[in-house]
Design a protein. Structure first.
Length: 159
């Protein structure tokens, strides 16, 4: 069967399909979408001026920088060799289960147990499993939670 050339830069249909399955392109598009969501949301707040900024200026500036990074990534994806986008439904399931379990355990038991469940559940989706690494990650996240509670005054249900 002859290969059809498309109007898009003289590429074949298979090459165009690979373009849409390029992790570099998808990464840039996702960054741009996130930047647009938060940037448009920041417009609901007063922007102010650089000398006297309003509550919407900082999120708008960060969103603009994130959009710029996403745009650079999209442009760069047109010049580098495409890398296939691979995903595993099982890994996505472990992440979703970990997040839902974290929310439920934190609400009904306490946040420390939720953090431990989250780390150990999500790590099942990784390429390797290490109990020692999981314990280190748990200790770090629990330390951050304690810092949020005692240094920033957030009311987190740690116990």
């Amino acid at each position: 069967m002859p290969r059809r050339l498309s109007a898009a830069r003289g590429k074949t249909d298979e090459e165009i399909s690979l373009d849409m399955n390029n992790i570099n392109l998808v990464r840039g598009l996702v960054l741009m979408a996130i930047a647009l969501v938060f940037g448009l949301g920041s417009l609901n707040y007063q922007i102010g001026h650089f000398s006297r900024s309003g509550p919407g200026l900082f999120p708008l500036m960060v969103s603009c920088l994130l959009f710029l990074i996403g745009l650079i990534s999209v442009v760069r994806s047109r010049f580098v060799k495409p890398v296939a986008l691979n995903y595993n439904v099982k890994n996505i399931g472990f992440v979703l289960l970990g997040l839902c379990g974290f929310a439920l355990i934190s609400e009904h038991l306490n946040m420390i147990a939720g953090i431990v469940f989250l780390v150990f559940c999500v790590s099942f989706g990784g390429t390797s499993y290490s109990v020692l690494r999981n314990l280190k990650i748990c200790a770090g996240l629990i330390a951050v939670a304690f810092a949020f509670r005692y240094l920033l005054g957030l009311q987190l249900p740690l116990f």
